[in-house]
Design a protein around this ligand. Structure first.
Ligand SMILES: Cc1cc2nc3c(=O)[nH]c(=O)nc-3n(C[C@H](O)[C@H](O)[C@H](O)COP(=O)(O)OP(=O)(O)OC[C@H]3O[C@@H](n4cnc5c(N)ncnc54)[C@H](O)[C@@H]3O)c2cc1C
Length: 407
């Protein structure tokens, strides 16, 4: 469906394009515009859409992939048109390639390309603080407006322009209203707050309307609002549900990692909460073969959700990585599960930046290359472990992970 939306502006004009370099120039422009416009539909956080793509993170990968492909095609657009004019008059070709010239459509087109370039550079500069990254990402919306203005001034209002404009407007409005302002999000209320460690807050939220159906390991997009002495940051952030109680309350286990999550440490019962979701398929539909689970720090939450719900049903070797033993709040709980379940073997691993203890533990697992491995934690560690596992012969398709970061 998204691909059809991406192709629609091009399909509407393809029959009228000349079969030469000029035609290819126009084709790359329309295809690029259509791809970028349709890619915006993939930034909405609708659980059903995310399921179609195999999860929100996979859907965002498509969003990025289509955006980049679109940008490359848009870059090719002025080059191909200039190539066409080169055969007629090199001066006109040169004018075409100059970003700052007096011809309004060209000026708008180049301004769009530059805004896209800056926005994309920020998108992939993962080290930027999240809030700043998000604000710079908005540049891409400005780039889209400039790009569509370029089409309008160059070509007038056409069906193709409308086919590119509509998905973009719908997607941006949908994303702002639903995901960012939480229209339609389910109302919950904080019913209890615990502090297993200085940095971790366990929050129990109870439904005030129909409870959300959650499968083990799934996550919800959550915003904390007001209580009598607490004012939440009101933004939606993703947290894994670490337990669903019998009365449909949800437990969120939240580590203080930035402004919003630090503030959550002073949360109190009675605070209004809004939830969207559920999202994620990290631990769903697993084959019934022996498994390895690796949880780093707060990446323990999806595994807690499984273990708190029922005993493991297949041989499972689990490692819980943490920086120091004094800061491993779930060690005792996990050790108790392992003591009571024959199929579960548990190892607590205190390690800082050197992954050697983890690799040593993995080396001792029998038939590691036949196991399905489930990883959850910070992206750099996941990348490191994934590479190591592949070097040890574990096929990529047997390595599954949830990254606690989406961009
Ligand atoms: C699928 C998923 C499940 C998660 N589950 C848990 C969990 O169970 N417990 C837990 O403590 N944390 C979890 N997180 C991480 C949590 O969302 C971030 O720690 C939190 O959003 C940080 O917000 P902040 O404003 O305090 O910090 P910031 O300083 O704004 O951000 C710290 C880091 O958190 C990430 N982040 C910030 N805001 C968002 C956002 N809106 N969406 C996605 N990532 C963001 C970014 O990587 C950023 O670099 C999960 C994240 C994802 C993607």
């Amino acid at each position: 469906m998204v691909i059809t939306v991406a192709l629609l502006p091009t399909l509407a004009i393809i029959a009228s394009l000349p079969f030469n370099i000029f035609g290819f120039g126009l084709l790359s422009g329309w295809l690029g515009t259509g791809l970028i416009s349709a890619s915006l539909l993939l930034m909405v956080r609708e659980p059903i859409w995310a399921d179609w793509f195999g999860g929100l993170q996979r859907m965002y990968q498509w969003h990025h992939g289509m955006g980049i492909m679109g940008y490359v095609l848009l870059l090719a657009h002025p080059l191909l048109l200039a190539g066409h004019y080169l055969t007629l008059n090199p001066d006109i070709a040169w004018q075409y390639l100059l970003p700052f010239n007096s011809h309004l459509p060209n000026f708008l087109g180049w301004a769009a390309l530059i805004a896209f370039m800056l926005g994309l550079a920020a998108t992939f500069a993962l080290r930027l603080p999240y809030g700043l990254w998000r604000r710079i990402h908005v540049l891409l919306a400005a780039a889209m407006v400039l790009g569509l203005s370029h089409v309008w001034t160059a070509d007038g209002f056409s069906f193709s322009l409308m086919a590119a404009l509509l998905p973009a407007v719908i997607a941006v409005a949908w994303r702002l209203l639903r995901a960012d302002h939480g229209i339609g999000a389910r109302p919950y209320e904080v019913s209890a707050v615990h502090h297993p460690t200085e940095q971790i807050t366990e929050v129990v939220v109870q439904p005030l309307s129909t409870p959300m159906p959650i499968a083990q390991g799934q996550f919800v997009s959550t915003a904390f609002f007001e209580g009598s002495n607490f004012q939440g940051c009101g933004e939606f952030h993703p947290y894994t549900v670490s337990h669903v109680t019998k009365n449909n309350s949800l437990v969120l286990t939240i580590k203080a990692l930035g402004d919003c999550t630090r503030h959550i440490q002073s949360l109190e019962p009675g605070v209004a909460v809004r939830l969207q979701g559920p999202y994620g398929n990290f631990l769903l539909n697993r084959p019934s073969t022996p498994e390895v689970w690796i949880a780093a720090g707060i990446g323990i939450t999806p595994f807690l959700a499984l273990l708190r719900n029922h005993p493991v049903t297949q041989h499972t070797d689990m490692a819980y990585i943490h920086r120091e033993s004094s800061n491993a709040p779930y060690e005792n709980e996990l050790q108790t599960y392992a003591t009571n379940q024959n199929l579960l073997r548990f190892q607590s691993l205190a390690m800082a930046n050197d992954p050697a203890p983890l690799f040593e533990w993995l080396t001792n697992i029998t038939r590691l290359s036949e196991r399905h491995v489930y990883l959850c934690g910070p992206p750099p560690l996941i990348t490191l472990i994934t590479h190591w596992l592949q070097e040890q012969g574990v096929p990529r398709l047997q390595i599954h992970f949830e990254q606690f970061d989406f961009r």
